[in-house]
Design a protein around this ligand. Structure first.
Ligand SMILES: Nc1nc2c(c(=O)[nH]1)N[C@H]1C(S)=C(S)[C@@H](COP(=O)(O)O)O[C@H]1N2
Ligand SMILES: [Mo]
Length: 540
Protein backbone atom coordinates (compact mmCIF):
# COMPACT_ATOMS: atom_id res chain seq x y z
CA UNK A 1 0.00 0.00 0.00
CA UNK A 2 2.95 2.25 -0.61
CA UNK A 3 0.86 3.82 -3.32
CA UNK A 4 -1.69 5.30 -1.00
CA UNK A 5 -0.16 8.76 -0.84
CA UNK A 6 0.63 8.61 -4.52
CA UNK A 7 -3.03 7.85 -5.23
CA UNK A 8 -3.98 11.15 -3.75
CA UNK A 9 -1.45 13.04 -5.76
CA UNK A 10 -2.34 11.31 -8.96
CA UNK A 11 -6.12 11.14 -9.06
CA UNK A 12 -6.30 8.50 -11.74
CA UNK A 13 -9.93 7.27 -11.74
CA UNK A 14 -9.41 3.52 -11.70
CA UNK A 15 -6.71 3.67 -9.04
CA UNK A 16 -8.84 5.76 -6.76
CA UNK A 17 -11.65 3.35 -7.06
CA UNK A 18 -9.55 0.23 -6.49
CA UNK A 19 -7.20 1.62 -3.91
CA UNK A 20 -9.84 3.60 -2.03
CA UNK A 21 -10.47 3.32 1.72
CA UNK A 22 -12.83 0.34 1.49
CA UNK A 23 -10.45 -1.58 -0.75
CA UNK A 24 -7.60 -0.83 1.65
CA UNK A 25 -9.71 -2.06 4.52
CA UNK A 26 -10.55 -5.24 2.65
CA UNK A 27 -6.89 -5.80 1.86
CA UNK A 28 -5.93 -5.36 5.52
CA UNK A 29 -8.79 -7.55 6.60
CA UNK A 30 -7.52 -10.30 4.34
CA UNK A 31 -4.06 -9.78 5.83
CA UNK A 32 -5.52 -10.29 9.29
CA UNK A 33 -7.38 -13.34 8.02
CA UNK A 34 -4.12 -14.73 6.65
CA UNK A 35 -2.62 -14.36 10.11
CA UNK A 36 -5.56 -16.19 11.64
CA UNK A 37 -5.33 -19.02 9.13
CA UNK A 38 -1.59 -19.32 9.75
CA UNK A 39 -2.22 -19.39 13.51
CA UNK A 40 -4.89 -22.02 13.07
CA UNK A 41 -2.50 -24.08 10.93
CA UNK A 42 0.17 -23.79 13.63
CA UNK A 43 -2.11 -25.04 16.42
CA UNK A 44 -3.63 -27.80 14.29
CA UNK A 45 -0.30 -29.15 13.08
CA UNK A 46 1.16 -28.83 16.58
CA UNK A 47 -1.79 -30.79 17.97
CA UNK A 48 -1.13 -33.54 15.44
CA UNK A 49 2.56 -33.60 16.34
CA UNK A 50 1.72 -33.57 20.05
CA UNK A 51 -0.34 -36.71 19.58
CA UNK A 52 2.88 -38.36 18.46
CA UNK A 53 5.09 -36.82 21.17
CA UNK A 54 2.84 -36.46 24.24
CA UNK A 55 -0.41 -34.55 24.85
CA UNK A 56 1.20 -32.18 27.36
CA UNK A 57 3.60 -30.98 24.65
CA UNK A 58 0.89 -29.20 22.63
CA UNK A 59 1.65 -25.46 22.69
CA UNK A 60 -1.74 -24.40 24.11
CA UNK A 61 -1.42 -26.88 26.95
CA UNK A 62 2.25 -26.14 27.56
CA UNK A 63 1.83 -22.36 27.61
CA UNK A 64 -1.36 -22.67 29.69
CA UNK A 65 0.37 -24.91 32.22
CA UNK A 66 3.39 -22.64 32.40
CA UNK A 67 0.98 -19.77 32.99
CA UNK A 68 -0.82 -21.66 35.77
CA UNK A 69 2.47 -22.36 37.53
CA UNK A 70 3.32 -18.66 37.42
CA UNK A 71 -0.10 -17.43 38.46
CA UNK A 72 0.22 -15.31 41.61
CA UNK A 73 -1.95 -16.58 44.51
CA UNK A 74 -4.37 -13.64 44.35
CA UNK A 75 -5.07 -14.31 40.68
CA UNK A 76 -5.43 -18.05 41.24
CA UNK A 77 -7.79 -17.29 44.09
CA UNK A 78 -9.74 -14.88 41.88
CA UNK A 79 -9.96 -17.46 39.11
CA UNK A 80 -11.13 -20.24 41.41
CA UNK A 81 -13.64 -17.91 43.03
CA UNK A 82 -15.12 -16.53 39.82
CA UNK A 83 -14.77 -19.36 37.36
CA UNK A 84 -14.62 -22.31 39.74
CA UNK A 85 -13.69 -25.46 37.91
CA UNK A 86 -14.12 -23.61 34.60
CA UNK A 87 -11.00 -21.56 35.38
CA UNK A 88 -8.94 -23.67 32.97
CA UNK A 89 -11.40 -23.20 30.15
CA UNK A 90 -11.31 -19.45 30.74
CA UNK A 91 -7.50 -19.53 30.72
CA UNK A 92 -7.32 -21.41 27.44
CA UNK A 93 -9.91 -19.16 25.82
CA UNK A 94 -7.89 -16.19 27.04
CA UNK A 95 -4.71 -17.55 25.48
CA UNK A 96 -6.58 -18.18 22.23
CA UNK A 97 -7.91 -14.62 22.14
CA UNK A 98 -4.45 -13.14 22.75
CA UNK A 99 -2.98 -15.45 20.13
CA UNK A 100 -5.68 -14.51 17.61
CA UNK A 101 -5.01 -10.78 18.14
CA UNK A 102 -1.27 -11.28 17.61
CA UNK A 103 -1.92 -13.48 14.58
CA UNK A 104 -4.07 -10.81 12.97
CA UNK A 105 -1.45 -8.12 13.66
CA UNK A 106 1.32 -10.27 12.20
CA UNK A 107 -0.88 -11.02 9.18
CA UNK A 108 -1.38 -7.30 8.49
CA UNK A 109 2.33 -6.65 9.04
CA UNK A 110 3.20 -9.40 6.54
CA UNK A 111 1.32 -7.50 3.80
CA UNK A 112 4.18 -5.05 3.65
CA UNK A 113 6.97 -7.13 5.08
CA UNK A 114 6.34 -10.57 3.75
CA UNK A 115 9.54 -12.21 5.01
CA UNK A 116 9.77 -10.50 8.36
CA UNK A 117 6.08 -11.08 9.02
CA UNK A 118 6.32 -14.76 8.21
CA UNK A 119 9.45 -15.08 10.31
CA UNK A 120 7.68 -13.40 13.24
CA UNK A 121 5.50 -16.49 13.47
CA UNK A 122 8.59 -18.42 14.52
CA UNK A 123 8.83 -16.31 17.69
CA UNK A 124 5.52 -17.80 18.85
CA UNK A 125 6.80 -21.25 18.00
CA UNK A 126 9.81 -20.56 20.19
CA UNK A 127 7.60 -19.50 23.11
CA UNK A 128 5.57 -22.70 22.80
CA UNK A 129 8.73 -24.78 22.51
CA UNK A 130 10.38 -23.26 25.58
CA UNK A 131 7.18 -23.73 27.61
CA UNK A 132 6.81 -27.36 26.51
CA UNK A 133 10.42 -28.31 27.19
CA UNK A 134 10.23 -26.71 30.63
CA UNK A 135 7.20 -28.74 31.75
CA UNK A 136 7.70 -31.41 34.43
CA UNK A 137 8.88 -34.54 32.66
CA UNK A 138 9.55 -32.44 29.56
CA UNK A 139 12.51 -33.03 27.25
CA UNK A 140 13.88 -31.71 23.96
CA UNK A 141 11.32 -33.69 21.88
CA UNK A 142 8.54 -31.71 23.54
CA UNK A 143 9.68 -28.74 21.43
CA UNK A 144 8.74 -30.61 18.24
CA UNK A 145 5.00 -29.77 18.12
CA UNK A 146 5.55 -26.03 18.56
CA UNK A 147 8.47 -25.92 16.12
CA UNK A 148 6.72 -27.94 13.42
CA UNK A 149 3.52 -25.94 13.87
CA UNK A 150 5.41 -22.65 13.61
CA UNK A 151 7.31 -23.70 10.48
CA UNK A 152 4.09 -24.70 8.75
CA UNK A 153 2.42 -21.44 9.83
CA UNK A 154 5.41 -19.48 8.58
CA UNK A 155 5.05 -21.11 5.16
CA UNK A 156 1.29 -20.59 5.08
CA UNK A 157 1.60 -16.90 5.92
CA UNK A 158 4.35 -16.45 3.34
CA UNK A 159 2.16 -17.98 0.64
CA UNK A 160 -0.93 -16.02 1.62
CA UNK A 161 0.97 -12.74 1.85
CA UNK A 162 2.29 -13.48 -1.63
CA UNK A 163 -1.25 -13.86 -2.97
CA UNK A 164 -2.13 -10.56 -1.35
CA UNK A 165 0.86 -8.71 -2.84
CA UNK A 166 -0.37 -5.64 -4.68
CA UNK A 167 0.29 -5.53 -8.39
CA UNK A 168 2.51 -2.77 -9.69
CA UNK A 169 0.56 0.10 -11.14
CA UNK A 170 0.89 1.28 -14.67
CA UNK A 171 1.67 4.67 -13.19
CA UNK A 172 5.31 4.39 -12.17
CA UNK A 173 6.12 3.78 -8.48
CA UNK A 174 2.58 2.89 -7.36
CA UNK A 175 0.19 0.00 -7.33
CA UNK A 176 -3.24 -0.26 -8.77
CA UNK A 177 -4.53 -1.82 -5.55
CA UNK A 178 -5.29 -5.20 -7.05
CA UNK A 179 -3.95 -8.58 -6.03
CA UNK A 180 -4.44 -12.23 -6.90
CA UNK A 181 -7.92 -12.62 -5.44
CA UNK A 182 -8.57 -16.00 -6.95
CA UNK A 183 -5.18 -17.30 -5.85
CA UNK A 184 -5.77 -16.00 -2.34
CA UNK A 185 -9.17 -17.64 -1.98
CA UNK A 186 -7.84 -20.96 -3.23
CA UNK A 187 -4.71 -20.92 -1.06
CA UNK A 188 -6.55 -19.71 2.04
CA UNK A 189 -9.28 -22.33 1.66
CA UNK A 190 -6.77 -25.10 1.05
CA UNK A 191 -4.73 -24.07 4.12
CA UNK A 192 -7.80 -23.85 6.35
CA UNK A 193 -9.20 -27.20 5.21
CA UNK A 194 -5.85 -28.97 5.52
CA UNK A 195 -5.37 -27.50 9.02
CA UNK A 196 -8.81 -28.57 10.13
CA UNK A 197 -8.00 -32.07 8.91
CA UNK A 198 -4.66 -32.15 10.72
CA UNK A 199 -6.23 -30.82 13.91
CA UNK A 200 -9.08 -33.32 13.84
CA UNK A 201 -6.65 -36.17 13.24
CA UNK A 202 -4.46 -34.89 16.08
CA UNK A 203 -7.39 -34.84 18.50
CA UNK A 204 -8.46 -38.31 17.45
CA UNK A 205 -4.93 -39.72 17.82
CA UNK A 206 -4.51 -37.92 21.13
CA UNK A 207 -7.65 -39.57 22.44
CA UNK A 208 -6.57 -43.03 21.32
CA UNK A 209 -3.13 -42.45 22.85
CA UNK A 210 -4.69 -42.87 26.28
CA UNK A 211 -6.41 -46.12 25.31
CA UNK A 212 -3.89 -48.14 27.32
CA UNK A 213 -4.62 -46.18 30.49
CA UNK A 214 -8.37 -46.47 29.96
CA UNK A 215 -8.07 -50.21 29.41
CA UNK A 216 -5.89 -50.61 32.50
CA UNK A 217 -8.52 -48.82 34.60
CA UNK A 218 -11.31 -50.96 33.17
CA UNK A 219 -9.24 -54.02 34.07
CA UNK A 220 -8.88 -53.12 37.74
CA UNK A 221 -10.76 -55.37 40.15
CA UNK A 222 -10.66 -53.91 43.63
CA UNK A 223 -10.25 -56.72 46.18
CA UNK A 224 -12.58 -56.64 49.19
CA UNK A 225 -10.93 -54.59 51.92
CA UNK A 226 -9.51 -56.50 54.89
CA UNK A 227 -10.88 -53.71 57.07
CA UNK A 228 -14.20 -52.49 55.62
CA UNK A 229 -15.72 -49.16 56.60
CA UNK A 230 -18.60 -49.33 59.07
CA UNK A 231 -21.89 -48.87 57.25
CA UNK A 232 -22.89 -45.21 57.22
CA UNK A 233 -25.36 -44.82 60.11
CA UNK A 234 -28.92 -44.40 58.88
CA UNK A 235 -29.19 -41.05 60.63
CA UNK A 236 -26.12 -39.54 58.97
CA UNK A 237 -28.17 -38.42 55.99
CA UNK A 238 -30.97 -36.04 57.02
CA UNK A 239 -32.50 -36.24 53.52
CA UNK A 240 -33.58 -32.64 53.54
CA UNK A 241 -34.40 -31.00 50.24
CA UNK A 242 -31.55 -28.70 49.26
CA UNK A 243 -29.00 -30.69 51.23
CA UNK A 244 -26.61 -32.89 49.22
CA UNK A 245 -26.20 -36.59 50.02
CA UNK A 246 -23.89 -37.63 52.86
CA UNK A 247 -21.64 -39.47 50.39
CA UNK A 248 -20.79 -37.31 47.38
CA UNK A 249 -21.12 -39.24 44.10
CA UNK A 250 -17.89 -39.26 42.07
CA UNK A 251 -19.47 -37.31 39.22
CA UNK A 252 -20.41 -34.50 41.64
CA UNK A 253 -17.14 -34.51 43.59
CA UNK A 254 -15.30 -31.21 43.36
CA UNK A 255 -12.10 -31.14 41.37
CA UNK A 256 -9.18 -28.82 42.06
CA UNK A 257 -5.82 -29.23 40.36
CA UNK A 258 -3.39 -27.52 38.02
CA UNK A 259 -3.67 -30.10 35.23
CA UNK A 260 -4.82 -28.73 31.86
CA UNK A 261 -4.67 -32.26 30.48
CA UNK A 262 -5.80 -34.83 33.04
CA UNK A 263 -2.93 -37.31 33.33
CA UNK A 264 -3.89 -40.72 31.97
CA UNK A 265 -1.62 -43.18 33.70
CA UNK A 266 -1.47 -46.83 32.72
CA UNK A 267 -1.73 -48.76 35.99
CA UNK A 268 0.25 -51.65 34.53
CA UNK A 269 3.41 -49.60 34.17
CA UNK A 270 2.80 -47.42 37.23
CA UNK A 271 5.45 -47.48 39.97
CA UNK A 272 5.73 -45.70 43.29
CA UNK A 273 9.13 -45.00 44.78
CA UNK A 274 9.63 -44.32 48.48
CA UNK A 275 13.02 -42.86 49.31
CA UNK A 276 14.86 -40.03 51.03
CA UNK A 277 16.22 -39.10 54.40
CA UNK A 278 16.01 -41.80 57.04
CA UNK A 279 14.57 -44.34 54.61
CA UNK A 280 16.45 -47.47 55.68
CA UNK A 281 14.96 -49.64 52.93
CA UNK A 282 13.90 -47.65 49.84
CA UNK A 283 10.86 -49.23 48.20
CA UNK A 284 9.42 -49.41 44.72
CA UNK A 285 5.91 -50.83 44.41
CA UNK A 286 3.61 -51.44 41.45
CA UNK A 287 -0.15 -51.19 41.33
CA UNK A 288 -0.73 -54.94 41.72
CA UNK A 289 1.67 -54.99 44.69
CA UNK A 290 -0.58 -52.43 46.35
CA UNK A 291 -3.75 -54.40 45.63
CA UNK A 292 -2.19 -57.52 47.20
CA UNK A 293 -1.59 -55.70 50.46
CA UNK A 294 -4.02 -55.29 53.33
CA UNK A 295 -6.60 -52.81 52.10
CA UNK A 296 -8.68 -50.62 54.36
CA UNK A 297 -11.88 -48.79 53.48
CA UNK A 298 -12.75 -45.47 55.12
CA UNK A 299 -15.14 -42.54 54.78
CA UNK A 300 -13.11 -39.35 54.62
CA UNK A 301 -14.21 -35.80 53.82
CA UNK A 302 -11.80 -33.91 51.58
CA UNK A 303 -11.57 -30.10 51.67
CA UNK A 304 -9.71 -27.55 49.57
CA UNK A 305 -7.87 -24.69 51.25
CA UNK A 306 -9.22 -22.43 48.48
CA UNK A 307 -12.75 -23.01 49.70
CA UNK A 308 -14.34 -19.69 50.66
CA UNK A 309 -16.66 -19.59 53.65
CA UNK A 310 -19.82 -21.19 52.28
CA UNK A 311 -17.94 -22.53 49.24
CA UNK A 312 -18.35 -25.79 47.31
CA UNK A 313 -14.84 -27.32 47.47
CA UNK A 314 -15.60 -30.02 50.02
CA UNK A 315 -16.83 -33.55 49.42
CA UNK A 316 -17.16 -36.85 51.22
CA UNK A 317 -16.25 -40.22 49.71
CA UNK A 318 -15.66 -43.83 50.70
CA UNK A 319 -12.02 -44.56 49.90
CA UNK A 320 -10.20 -47.89 49.64
CA UNK A 321 -6.45 -47.99 49.96
CA UNK A 322 -3.30 -49.05 51.71
CA UNK A 323 -2.32 -47.52 55.02
CA UNK A 324 0.44 -45.06 54.18
CA UNK A 325 2.06 -45.55 57.60
CA UNK A 326 2.42 -49.32 56.96
CA UNK A 327 4.40 -48.68 53.79
CA UNK A 328 6.52 -46.01 55.43
CA UNK A 329 7.33 -48.33 58.35
CA UNK A 330 8.22 -51.08 55.89
CA UNK A 331 10.67 -48.65 54.29
CA UNK A 332 12.17 -48.10 57.74
CA UNK A 333 10.78 -44.59 58.23
CA UNK A 334 10.39 -43.30 61.81
CA UNK A 335 8.39 -40.19 62.65
CA UNK A 336 10.30 -37.30 64.27
CA UNK A 337 8.84 -38.22 67.68
CA UNK A 338 10.61 -41.58 67.39
CA UNK A 339 13.88 -40.01 66.30
CA UNK A 340 13.32 -39.96 62.54
CA UNK A 341 15.35 -37.27 60.74
CA UNK A 342 12.62 -36.32 58.22
CA UNK A 343 9.62 -34.24 59.24
CA UNK A 344 8.18 -33.74 55.74
CA UNK A 345 6.81 -36.31 53.30
CA UNK A 346 6.86 -34.87 49.79
CA UNK A 347 4.49 -36.54 47.34
CA UNK A 348 5.17 -36.03 43.63
CA UNK A 349 2.69 -36.64 40.87
CA UNK A 350 3.30 -37.63 37.27
CA UNK A 351 2.42 -34.04 36.28
CA UNK A 352 5.07 -32.53 38.50
CA UNK A 353 2.86 -31.43 41.42
CA UNK A 354 4.58 -31.56 44.81
CA UNK A 355 2.62 -31.81 48.03
CA UNK A 356 4.27 -31.86 51.46
CA UNK A 357 2.68 -33.44 54.54
CA UNK A 358 4.00 -33.71 58.09
CA UNK A 359 5.48 -37.20 58.64
CA UNK A 360 4.31 -37.04 62.26
CA UNK A 361 0.71 -36.56 61.16
CA UNK A 362 0.57 -39.29 58.52
CA UNK A 363 2.09 -41.76 61.02
CA UNK A 364 0.08 -40.78 64.10
CA UNK A 365 -2.46 -43.58 63.70
CA UNK A 366 -5.05 -41.76 61.59
CA UNK A 367 -6.23 -43.41 58.39
CA UNK A 368 -3.79 -41.75 56.00
CA UNK A 369 -4.26 -43.66 52.76
CA UNK A 370 -2.68 -44.41 49.45
CA UNK A 371 -6.12 -44.64 47.89
CA UNK A 372 -6.90 -46.84 44.89
CA UNK A 373 -10.70 -46.79 45.10
CA UNK A 374 -13.34 -44.07 45.47
CA UNK A 375 -16.98 -44.90 46.18
CA UNK A 376 -16.70 -48.49 45.02
CA UNK A 377 -14.75 -47.97 41.81
CA UNK A 378 -11.11 -47.45 40.84
CA UNK A 379 -10.19 -43.78 41.21
CA UNK A 380 -11.63 -41.75 38.32
CA UNK A 381 -8.89 -40.21 36.15
CA UNK A 382 -9.96 -36.76 37.37
CA UNK A 383 -9.39 -37.84 40.95
CA UNK A 384 -5.94 -39.35 40.58
CA UNK A 385 -6.03 -42.80 38.96
CA UNK A 386 -4.30 -45.08 39.71
CA UNK A 387 -3.18 -43.93 43.17
CA UNK A 388 -3.59 -40.79 45.26
CA UNK A 389 -3.07 -39.81 48.88
CA UNK A 390 -5.89 -39.01 51.28
CA UNK A 391 -5.14 -37.84 54.83
CA UNK A 392 -8.02 -37.09 57.21
CA UNK A 393 -7.73 -33.61 58.70
CA UNK A 394 -5.33 -31.95 56.23
CA UNK A 395 -6.33 -29.68 53.36
CA UNK A 396 -5.89 -31.25 49.92
CA UNK A 397 -2.88 -29.13 48.96
CA UNK A 398 -0.86 -30.54 51.87
CA UNK A 399 -2.04 -34.13 51.67
CA UNK A 400 -4.10 -35.35 48.75
CA UNK A 401 -1.61 -35.76 45.87
CA UNK A 402 -3.32 -37.22 42.80
CA UNK A 403 -1.56 -39.30 40.10
CA UNK A 404 1.06 -40.06 42.74
CA UNK A 405 4.39 -41.51 41.64
CA UNK A 406 7.03 -40.66 44.23
CA UNK A 407 7.27 -40.20 47.99
CA UNK A 408 10.36 -38.51 49.36
CA UNK A 409 11.25 -38.08 53.01
CA UNK A 410 12.85 -34.72 53.71
CA UNK A 411 12.45 -31.75 56.05
CA UNK A 412 10.29 -28.63 55.95
CA UNK A 413 13.51 -26.62 56.26
CA UNK A 414 15.04 -28.22 53.20
CA UNK A 415 12.14 -28.14 50.79
CA UNK A 416 9.07 -26.05 49.92
CA UNK A 417 6.37 -27.85 47.95
CA UNK A 418 4.46 -26.31 45.00
CA UNK A 419 1.87 -24.25 46.88
CA UNK A 420 4.27 -23.27 49.65
CA UNK A 421 6.46 -21.62 46.98
CA UNK A 422 3.29 -19.68 46.09
CA UNK A 423 2.78 -18.20 49.54
CA UNK A 424 0.54 -20.85 51.12
CA UNK A 425 1.45 -22.31 54.52
CA UNK A 426 3.72 -25.30 54.93
CA UNK A 427 1.28 -26.86 57.36
CA UNK A 428 -2.47 -26.62 57.05
CA UNK A 429 -4.82 -28.64 59.22
CA UNK A 430 -8.45 -28.25 58.14
CA UNK A 431 -10.26 -25.52 60.07
CA UNK A 432 -13.59 -26.11 61.81
CA UNK A 433 -16.20 -24.93 59.33
CA UNK A 434 -19.93 -24.95 58.67
CA UNK A 435 -22.12 -24.08 55.72
CA UNK A 436 -25.81 -23.31 55.19
CA UNK A 437 -27.08 -25.23 52.16
CA UNK A 438 -30.78 -24.43 52.51
CA UNK A 439 -32.41 -21.97 52.22
CA UNK A 440 -30.29 -20.67 49.34
CA UNK A 441 -29.18 -17.03 49.37
CA UNK A 442 -32.03 -14.69 48.39
CA UNK A 443 -34.58 -17.48 48.64
CA UNK A 444 -38.08 -16.37 49.60
CA UNK A 445 -39.61 -19.00 51.87
CA UNK A 446 -43.11 -18.62 53.32
CA UNK A 447 -43.51 -17.60 56.97
CA UNK A 448 -43.74 -20.52 59.40
CA UNK A 449 -41.43 -23.47 60.00
CA UNK A 450 -38.47 -23.27 57.61
CA UNK A 451 -35.74 -25.92 57.89
CA UNK A 452 -32.32 -24.28 57.91
CA UNK A 453 -29.80 -27.04 57.13
CA UNK A 454 -26.29 -27.65 55.96
CA UNK A 455 -23.02 -29.41 56.73
CA UNK A 456 -20.22 -28.84 59.22
CA UNK A 457 -16.74 -30.33 59.23
CA UNK A 458 -13.68 -30.53 61.45
CA UNK A 459 -11.97 -33.62 60.12
CA UNK A 460 -10.22 -35.86 62.65
CA UNK A 461 -11.61 -33.83 65.54
CA UNK A 462 -15.29 -34.29 64.81
CA UNK A 463 -18.22 -31.90 65.12
CA UNK A 464 -19.75 -31.49 68.59
CA UNK A 465 -22.26 -28.67 68.08
CA UNK A 466 -23.76 -26.45 65.41
CA UNK A 467 -25.68 -23.27 66.16
CA UNK A 468 -27.75 -20.93 64.04
CA UNK A 469 -28.81 -17.36 64.68
CA UNK A 470 -31.12 -14.94 62.96
CA UNK A 471 -30.35 -11.24 62.51
CA UNK A 472 -27.55 -11.33 65.08
CA UNK A 473 -29.88 -12.64 67.80
CA UNK A 474 -29.24 -15.52 70.23
CA UNK A 475 -27.62 -18.76 68.98
CA UNK A 476 -29.97 -21.74 68.66
CA UNK A 477 -28.59 -25.28 68.77
CA UNK A 478 -29.19 -27.21 65.54
CA UNK A 479 -30.02 -30.91 65.50
CA UNK A 480 -26.97 -32.88 64.38
CA UNK A 481 -27.20 -35.88 62.07
CA UNK A 482 -25.64 -39.10 63.37
CA UNK A 483 -21.86 -39.05 63.23
CA UNK A 484 -20.30 -41.45 60.76
CA UNK A 485 -16.71 -40.91 61.90
CA UNK A 486 -14.84 -37.87 63.11
CA UNK A 487 -13.10 -37.79 59.75
CA UNK A 488 -16.33 -37.00 57.94
CA UNK A 489 -18.59 -34.00 57.72
CA UNK A 490 -21.85 -33.89 59.59
CA UNK A 491 -25.23 -32.64 58.43
CA UNK A 492 -27.37 -30.45 60.70
CA UNK A 493 -30.81 -28.83 60.70
CA UNK A 494 -32.60 -26.15 62.69
CA UNK A 495 -36.33 -25.50 62.37
CA UNK A 496 -36.67 -21.77 62.01
CA UNK A 497 -39.97 -20.11 62.95
CA UNK A 498 -39.68 -17.65 60.10
CA UNK A 499 -41.47 -14.31 60.17
CA UNK A 500 -42.16 -12.01 57.25
CA UNK A 501 -39.30 -9.74 56.19
CA UNK A 502 -35.68 -9.85 55.20
CA UNK A 503 -33.47 -11.92 57.53
CA UNK A 504 -29.83 -12.89 57.86
CA UNK A 505 -29.09 -16.47 58.92
CA UNK A 506 -25.67 -17.34 60.33
CA UNK A 507 -24.11 -20.64 61.36
CA UNK A 508 -21.17 -21.65 63.52
CA UNK A 509 -19.78 -25.04 64.54
CA UNK A 510 -17.91 -26.29 67.58
CA UNK A 511 -15.57 -29.25 67.22
CA UNK A 512 -15.02 -32.11 69.67
CA UNK A 513 -11.88 -30.41 70.97
CA UNK A 514 -14.22 -27.68 72.24
CA UNK A 515 -13.12 -25.05 69.72
CA UNK A 516 -15.88 -22.81 68.39
CA UNK A 517 -15.49 -21.46 64.89
CA UNK A 518 -14.35 -17.84 64.93
CA UNK A 519 -16.56 -15.19 63.37
CA UNK A 520 -13.49 -13.30 62.24
CA UNK A 521 -13.43 -13.24 58.46
CA UNK A 522 -10.11 -14.04 56.82
CA UNK A 523 -9.47 -15.06 53.22
CA UNK A 524 -8.22 -18.42 51.99
CA UNK A 525 -4.53 -17.48 51.70
CA UNK A 526 -2.34 -18.71 53.44
CA UNK A 527 -4.02 -21.53 55.37
CA UNK A 528 -7.80 -21.47 54.87
CA UNK A 529 -10.70 -19.04 55.27
CA UNK A 530 -12.50 -18.38 58.54
CA UNK A 531 -15.75 -16.66 59.43
CA UNK A 532 -19.40 -17.58 59.78
CA UNK A 533 -21.35 -18.44 56.68
CA UNK A 534 -24.38 -16.19 56.35
CA UNK A 535 -27.36 -16.26 54.04
CA UNK A 536 -29.88 -13.48 53.47
CA UNK A 537 -33.45 -14.52 52.71
CA UNK A 538 -36.69 -12.63 52.40
CA UNK A 539 -39.69 -14.33 53.95
CA UNK A 540 -42.86 -13.44 52.07
N1 LIG B 1 -1.29 -33.93 41.08
C1 LIG B 1 -2.06 -33.07 41.76
N2 LIG B 1 -2.65 -33.47 42.91
C2 LIG B 1 -3.44 -32.62 43.60
C3 LIG B 1 -3.64 -31.30 43.16
C4 LIG B 1 -3.00 -30.89 41.96
O1 LIG B 1 -3.12 -29.74 41.49
N3 LIG B 1 -2.23 -31.81 41.28
N4 LIG B 1 -4.43 -30.44 43.88
C5 LIG B 1 -4.62 -30.75 45.29
C6 LIG B 1 -5.68 -29.97 45.90
S1 LIG B 1 -5.36 -28.32 46.13
C7 LIG B 1 -6.85 -30.52 46.34
S2 LIG B 1 -7.94 -29.63 47.23
C8 LIG B 1 -7.17 -31.93 46.03
C9 LIG B 1 -8.50 -32.02 45.33
O2 LIG B 1 -8.79 -33.34 45.01
P1 LIG B 1 -10.01 -33.65 44.04
O3 LIG B 1 -9.78 -32.89 42.78
O4 LIG B 1 -10.02 -35.14 43.85
O5 LIG B 1 -11.25 -33.18 44.76
O6 LIG B 1 -6.21 -32.54 45.22
C10 LIG B 1 -4.87 -32.22 45.56
N5 LIG B 1 -4.00 -33.05 44.76
MO1 LIG C 1 -6.97 -27.49 47.34
Amino acid sequence: MTGVSEDRKVPEPETRQRGGPSARLLHRGLGALSGLIAGFAALAVAELAAAAVRPEAGPLTAVGSAFIDRTPPWLKDFAVRNFGTDDKLVLQLGILVVLALFAMAVGVFALRHRRAGSAAVLVFGAIGAVAAVGRPGGGPVDAVPSVVGALVACGVLYLLAGRLALRPSRAAGGTDGTFDRRGFVITATAAAVASAGAGALGLRLGASGSAGAVASRKGVVLPPPASPARPVPAGADLRIRGLGPFTTPNKDFYRVDTALVVPQVDARSWRLRIHGEGVARPLTVGFDDLLRRELIERDITLTCVSNEVGGPYVGNARWIGVRLADLLREAGVRPPSKGGPADQLVARSVDGMTIGSPVETVMDGRDALLAVGMNGEPLPFDHGFPVRMVVPGLYGYVSACKWLQDLELTTFDAYDAYWVKRSWSQRAPIKTESRIDTPRPFASPKPGKVPVAGVAWAQHRGIARVEVRVDGGPWHPARLAAQDTRDTWRQWVWEWPATTGSHTLEVRATDQDGYTQTGKRVGTVPDGATGWHSVVVSVT
